[in-house]
Ligand binder design. Structure first.
Ligand SMILES: Nc1ncnc2c1ncn2[C@@H]1O[C@H](COP(=O)(O)OP(=O)(O)OP(=O)(O)O)[C@@H](O)[C@H]1O
Ligand SMILES: [Mg+2]
Length: 253
């Protein structure tokens, strides 16, 4: 039995306007295994968001295809959840209702779903803020709501586009630890986009480095760090060696 849940085959994506054609992605071939935590990194404009949008089904390939569980992705679907850089919490819903959103729109919010949503609220440490409105939360707390909502939808594939990009370093590192813990406790297939090398090595079990535009896969690294890592791993020489290797590669582009 094959392990891959996603198969990206000869993916090309071009954008055309009257006076310009931009090749954003060229010949991307990649298999992603079930419950793998993959980080994709590369310089600004190399096509990371384009790749994520194609996985989400927001844009279609110019050539090639993407299979999710053997079915070609042709549009967005409930089997995928996306977390963007800006938080996407609904301001008119409480914390609890935001996290329960995917269940409530399916009119399926019984005891089982309620328990699941409660678990996620506790997991992100917002049990005292269940009834709060998003405007009463800090940026880091809203991001936690975003993460809990995405996890609680229990999608096959979680897509994250620089979700911590706008946060201060302390909040960012805390959320990186929490996301990693989330994933260890509730394994899921995650594709996480970032241009932060340390973030990629800390979070990912596989780090994919893209070339500058047109984006191609340049390097795949498996950092091989302990599964239950926290920020203390950053003083480990293996962590540092991985960061150094990726930085050098990007510098050589
Ligand atoms: N809708 C669009 N129409 C035209 N060109 C686009 C469109 N979306 C992206 N591009 C172009 O495709 C290339 C890749 O863009 P993309 O947003 O995927 O980069 P990125 O790696 O996510 O960059 P960043 O790190 O800055 O977010 C860029 O040259 C961009 O101008
Ligand atoms: Mg982007």
């Amino acid at each position: 039995m094959k392990d891959s849940i996603i198969e990206i085959k000869n993916l090309n994506i071009e954008f055309s306007s009257e006076n310009q054609k931009v090749v954003a992605l060229e010949k991307i071939n990649l298999d992603i295994n079930k419950n793998e935590f993959i980080c994709i990194m590369g310089v600004s404009g190399c096509g990371k968001t384009t790749l994520l949008n194609a996985l989400a089904g927001f844009i279609q390939p110019t050539n090639g295809k993407i299979l999710l569980k053997d079915n070609e992705i042709q549009g967005p679907g409930p089997d995928r959840a996306v977390v963007f850089q800006d938080d996407a919490v609904f301001p008119w819903l409480s914390v609890e209702d935001n996290i329960a959103y995917s269940h409530k729109i399916k009119s399926k919010y019984g005891d089982k779903e309620k328990e699941l949503v409660n678990n996620y609220i506790n997991l992100v440490g917002l049990e005292d803020f269940k009834k709060a409105w998003p405007r009463q939360l800090s940026g880091g707390m809203r991001k936690r709501v975003d993460l809990a909502r995405a996890f609680s939808a229990e999608p096959e594939l979680l897509l994250m586009d620089e979700p911590f990009g706008a946060l201060d370093i302390m909040t960012k590192e805390k959320l990186q630890e929490e996301l990693r813990k989330f994933w260890v406790e509730r394994p899921r297939t995650i594709v996480f986009i970032t241009h932060d090398v340390e973030e990629a090595v800390f979070l990912g079990d596989k780090v994919i480095v893209m070339t500058p535009r047109p984006g191609k896969i340049d390097l795949i690294i498996e950092p091989n760090l302990s599964k239950n890592r926290d920020m203390s791993i950053k003083s480990d020489s293996v962590f540092f060696d991985n960061v150094k290797k990726i930085r050098q590669r990007i510098k050589d582009h």
